[in-house]
Design a protein around this ligand. Sequence first.
Ligand SMILES: Cc1cc2nc3c(=O)[nH]c(=O)nc-3n(C[C@H](O)[C@H](O)[C@H](O)COP(=O)(O)O)c2cc1C
Length: 160
Amino acid sequence: MAKSIVVYYSWAGHAKEMAQALASQTGADLAELRPALPYSKDYGQVVRRAKEEILQGTRPDLLPPLPDLTPYDRVDVGAPIWCGTMAPPLASFLALQTWEGKRVFPFCTHGGGGKGRREQNIRALCAGAQVAEMFSAREGDAAAALQALKAWGAASGREG
Ligand SMILES: Cc1cc2nc3c(=O)[nH]c(=O)nc-3n(C[C@H](O)[C@H](O)[C@H](O)COP(=O)(O)O)c2cc1C
């Protein structure tokens, strides 16, 4: 049977909620990414650091252990949209992996701006993988988002 894992980063908990729902629906393993230098709890400070990292292409270090993707055929990857793309800890993780032969299912939460450039950025970092269309959910309507996420998780062929 195909083995799958949900790997996520979340700052304020929305992407975490999505990741947990997805994993519990499908029986996938679950792994949280944690930056070695945590982001401030202060919104203004996070925005400043995020802008700088994204502009400069900085990839923050992550705390070990990172999940070993070797046994997994399918990898769901999720994080909030920051400044129109994925939050940098997810970019750090994606850049460290070898993607040949994997199926990648990206998802994100956002504050109203939509997926931004995130989808193409994920495709670029997951070279060699088969990357599904991204699921995106606007925060604030968790119940509807979870429903839609479940439909996406089921329709995207967890077993196949
Ligand atoms: C640093 C930062 C940058 C953000 N940039 C965007 C953005 O460009 N577009 C958008 O729609 N939402 C943006 N948001 C809002 C988040 O995407 C949204 O709150 C998300 O659901 C948070 O997920 P989390 O609770 O897992 O951290 C930003 C939030 C932060 C903290």
